[in-house]
Design a protein around this ligand. Structure first.
Ligand SMILES: *[C@@H]1O[C@H](CO)[C@@H](O)[C@H](O)[C@H]1NC(C)=O
Ligand SMILES: *[C@@H]1O[C@H](CO)[C@@H](O)[C@H](O)[C@H]1NC(C)=O
Ligand SMILES: *[C@@H]1O[C@H](CO)[C@@H](O)[C@H](O)[C@H]1NC(C)=O
Length: 327
């Protein structure tokens, strides 16, 4: 074997090993994603008890934080603790079915980024305001109280707006140096919108070692707010390039924050704008699943109509997203 060939083979091996050890589909699908979905329900603990019956008594949810947010919206997060797996989970609720996130997106001025001394770079002001309300509303205190547990890891997660808030929480810890061991922190989000500028995103990717941002096919919210407004995603994106997200469906471990072969390279069509790919992850309607204490997976997106009119959604598309024939 010549040098070139053996080098190629070793590079391929390294790439395979890294991607396998980083995104573990079984782990994320069965032991992380349910935490993000459970944040849509008012009794997340009920969800865990339904899913993991032989772990009843090992798992507690001592923190439920529910506070009013801007523009008559509501913010919700919980802290749960698993005494055998030695894991603390903080999960944030996403856009509720009444359309919290769509309301934010209706008004372009709400896309404004602000400097906030608690984060590196600039961040979306609505997301940052919501995070501060939850953190100051009891989340920070709860985490401080439970983090003293020896050897526990902390998983931050959320879907949609919840993913943005989970990201802000980890970024807050990175900047504040609250004394948390970053090696014990995991951040895994689903259908997360862009949260801040390149400085914000790149600093997070640099300092937090375990960050996964899962994206699904045409998910529109994962492509908002727009790059043209100064926003940039963080790494590492794991992209599912098909509608189906079953165990045997392919996924891509993306390179860099805005890999054109992943979500950022998707262009919408007038008939498929991708909102169902946002509301469904791992073939589950995320909010229906959480609201039902993880008993009802909801209808597969191809079998139900969109909750939001397609024409109205066109207004959400970024310039680089708009199909040529209507631009
Ligand atoms: C992936 O996660 C599952 C569930 O936690 C675990 O059993 C399995 O060993 C992990 N696989 C790898 C390659 O780490
Ligand atoms: C939301 O509230 C902020 C601050 O009160 C205000 O500036 C903004 O215009 C409101 N946005 C909408 C869509 O009502
Ligand atoms: C979820 O669990 C809570 C607490 O046990 C219960 O009050 C609620 O009715 C349950 N919701 C559904 C949809 O089963």
């Amino acid at each position: 074997m010549n040098f070139q060939a053996s080098l190629t083979i070793s590079l391929v091996l390294v790439a395979v090993v890294i991607s396998q050890s980083f995104y573990n589909d079984t782990l994320v699908r069965s032991r992380i994603f349910p935490f993000a979905a459970a944040a849509y329900g008012d009794s997340p603990q009920k969800c865990f008890d339904n899913l993991w019956k032989d772990e009843i008594g090992q798992h507690f949810t001592p923190g439920i934080i529910s506070v009013p947010c801007m523009n008559n919206t509501h913010c919700f997060a919980y802290l749960s603790i698993h005494t055998v797996l030695k894991q603390i989970v903080i999960a944030f609720r996403g856009t509720d079915t009444k359309g919290q996130l769509w309301d934010e997106y209706r008004d372009e001025q709400d896309m404004a980024m602000v400097s906030d001394s608690y984060f590196y770079g600039k961040v979306n002001y609505y997301f940052a305001d919501s995070f501060h309300r939850l953190w100051d509303g009891g989340l920070g205190e709860k985490l401080e109280q439970y983090y003293t547990q020896q050897g526990y890891e902390i998983l931050f997660t959320g879907h949609s707006l919840g993913g943005a808030l989970a990201t802000l929480n980890v970024a807050y810890i990175v900047r504040s140096g609250l004394g948390y061991d970053l090696k014990r922190i995991k951040l895994v989000t689903f259908g997360e919108p862009r949260v801040g500028d390149a400085t914000f995103a790149d600093t997070l990717s640099k300092y937090a070692p375990y960050v996964l941002r899962i994206t699904h096919y045409r998910d529109l919210i994962a492509r908002r707010p727009c790059k043209s407004d100064g926003y940039q995603h963080h790494s590492t994106e794991i992209f599912f390039p098909q509608e189906d997200m079953g165990v045997n469906n392919p996924y891509i471990t993306c390179i860099g924050p805005e890999d054109p072969t992943c979500s950022a390279g998707i262009s919408s069509t007038l008939t498929n704008i991708g909102i169902e790919d946002h509301t469904h992850y791992y073939d589950v309607d995320v909010s229906v699943y959480g609201e039902s204490n993880c008993t009802d997976k909801g209808l597969h997106r191809s079998k139900k109509g969109s909750r939001i009119p397609q024409r109205w959604l066109w207004g959400l598309l970024c310039d680089d997203d708009i199909p040529k024939h209507i631009a």
